[in-house]
Design a protein. Structure first.
Length: 158
C-alpha cells in the first residue's frame, strides 16, 4: 500500500513522524500572569490579616492613618459565604425549574431518539450481508418494550 492512499502512514506528509515542532513561538505571558495573580492574592490576604488582627497603635506606627471599620473584617467573609450559598441555591433552583414533570413525554423520549424500524417483524436486509459476529446497529429501546421485559404483560382483571 502506498503512502498516498494511506494518510495515516508515518511516511505521508499529512502525518509526519516524528511530529514537527510548532512554527509559532509560544509566549510565557500566562505563566507570568498566573504568578502575579498568585503573589498578589497572598499579599492581599496578608494585608487583610494585618488589618483585622493588629491593634490600632501598631497600624498607626506602620503609618496607616485611615482604614475601614473593623466590623468589615467579619462582615466581608460572612457576606461572601452567604453569596456562595445563594449561588448554590440559585443554581439548584434553576436546575429544578428546568426539569420536566414526570408526566411529560420528554422524560421518556426526545427528538434525537433512534428507535428500531417497525417493519412488521420483517428481517433486517443488512443483517443478511453482515459478518456473523457483527454488532447490530445501536438504537434506543422503546419504553413499551422495556416495560414488557421488566414488568411482564399486564392483565386487566375486569
Amino acid at each position: 500500500m502506498s503512502s498516498e492512499k494511506d494518510p495515516t502512514s508515518p511516511v505521508t506528509p499529512l502525518a509526519p513522524y516524528p511530529p514537527l515542532p510548532p512554527t509559532e513561538s509560544r509566549t510565557r505571558a500566562p505563566e507570568f500572569y498566573g504568578f502575579v495573580a498568585w503573589t498578589s492574592t497572598y499579599l492581599a490576604f496578608f494585608l487583610y490579616l494585618l488589618w483585622a488582627l493588629l491593634p490600632d497603635k501598631y497600624l498607626l506606627w506602620l503609618g496607616v492613618a485611615w482604614y475601614p471599620n473593623r466590623e468589615w473584617a467579619v462582615l466581608l467573609p460572612a457576606y461572601s459565604i452567604v453569596l456562595v450559598l445563594l449561588t448554590y441555591l440559585t443554581y439548584f433552583a434553576l436546575a429544578l425549574s428546568g426539569t420536566p414533570a414526570f408526566s411529560d413525554t420528554s422524560t421518556i423520549t426526545d427528538s434525537k431518539a433512534l428507535l428500531p424500524a417497525d417493519s412488521n417483524n420483517a428481517p433486517n436486509p443488512y443483517l443478511a450481508h453482515a459478518r456473523p459476529n457483527a454488532v447490530p446497529e445501536m438504537y434506543d429501546i422503546p419504553i413499551g418494550m422495556v416495560n414488557r421485559v421488566v414488568y411482564g404483560t399486564h392483565r386487566r382483571d375486569d
